[in-house]
Design a protein around this ligand. Structure first.
Ligand SMILES: Nc1ncnc2c1ncn2[C@@H]1O[C@H](COP(=O)(O)OP(=O)(O)OP(=O)(O)O)[C@@H](O)[C@H]1O
Ligand SMILES: [Mg+2]
Length: 290
């Protein structure tokens, strides 16, 4: 209080305080950068964790134009039954990583395995048969088809599965059953996401890759999508979810990765990432939103 002048209580800083503040700033600048708990130091943790994982992306490079890699040695694994999140800035390569795992972007080097089977650069339709479902970030329903027809498309490779899987999906998403005759193009954004996830579940996948299922949705619908994702995971499906709603994503996942410039920068449990000061500062705080 003794440093403050009447009428300007917040502005005035005594010379001594100012000097101390400058010292502190300088000391902070000089402080060597320390690694945070979740910062990736080497690949050993990945190699160890991936040992008994269901799906693994190992040291992937991939891109769209020859010679220009978007993924620069990306690692990821998910154990059976895990819910794993990927967050990171726009353009970091999150969608590219999912697409590379799903055979939609050519992997240049590295390996993707499913239950120890090499599936690198296997075609997407074959991966569906091997038990991987994928919901892309956009254009993920057929708008001119009805909900039921969209779900039929989900198991066009195994039409005999339809009845049983339709019952499973409409049990999970009752609204899809009730409104089965409605065209997907007439649905709200949130309802479309349910159709897209339902379609991907029609082949009874062991792994579901979800690319930003909450994109463009209101906070309430976003919350509903996250609840649904957890429900899908609770049925035993291993889920890998890319999300722009980073904090909410970290709240629901078992483990997460922060992808930056095509490489995993941080990893840990959802909670450890959400409370890691560097992750908060760089990817979850005001800087991240700027
Ligand atoms: N079809 C494409 N052809 C060429 N470059 C592409 C293509 N798709 C993506 N890219 C480029 O690859 C980089 C990574 O894109 P990607 O879509 O994987 O990022 P992202 O992390 O999913 O971003 P967002 O949060 O915006 O969805 C970007 O620089 C993007 O411009
Ligand atoms: Mg994306």
């Amino acid at each position: 209080m003794s440093d403050q002048l009447p009428g300007d209580p917040m502005q005035y800083v005594s010379p001594q305080t100012r000097e101390a503040q400058l010292d502190l700033d300088a000391a902070q600048r000089d402080e060597p950068t320390t690694l945070s708990a979740s910062e990736i130091r080497d690949r050993n943790d990945h190699i160890e964790g991936a040992r008994d994982a269901l799906i693994v992306a190992d040291d992937l490079t991939a891109g769209y134009i020859p010679g220009v890699n978007i993924l620069n040695g990306s690692d990821l694994y998910a154990k059976s039954g895990e819910l794993v999140g990927i967050i990171g800035p726009n353009g970091a390569g999150k969608s590219t990583l999912l697409k590379a795992m799903f055979g939609l972007v050519k992997v240049g080097s590295g390996r993707v395995t499913l239950a120890d089977q090499d599936i690198t650069n296997v075609r997407a339709d074959q991966l569906v048969n091997l038990g991987i479902g994928f919901v892309p970030q956009s254009n993920n329903v057929f708008p001119s088809l009805t909900i039921q027809e969209n779900l039929e498309m989900g198991c066009y490779q195994a039409p005999k599965k339809f009845q049983e899987r339709f019952a499973f999906v409409t049990d999970l998403f009752p609204a899809l059953g009730e409104r089965r005759a409605q065209r997907a193009g007439q649905l709200s954004g949130g309802e479309r996401q349910m159709v897209a996830m339902g379609r991907a579940l029609m082949m009874d996948p062991s792994v579901l890759l979800l690319d930003e299922p909450s994109a463009g949705l209101s906070p309430i619908l976003t919350g509903e999508v996250f609840v649904r994702v957890r429900e899908i995971n609770a049925t035993g499906v291993t889920v890998i979810i890319v999300e722009q709603n980073a904090m909410r994503c970290l709240q629901i996942v078992d483990r997460g990765y922060v992808l930056d410039q095509g490489r995993n920068a941080y990893t840990g449990t959802g909670r450890s990432l959400a409370t890691d000061p560097k992750v908060v500062q760089l990817y979850l705080g005001t800087l991240a939103k700027a």
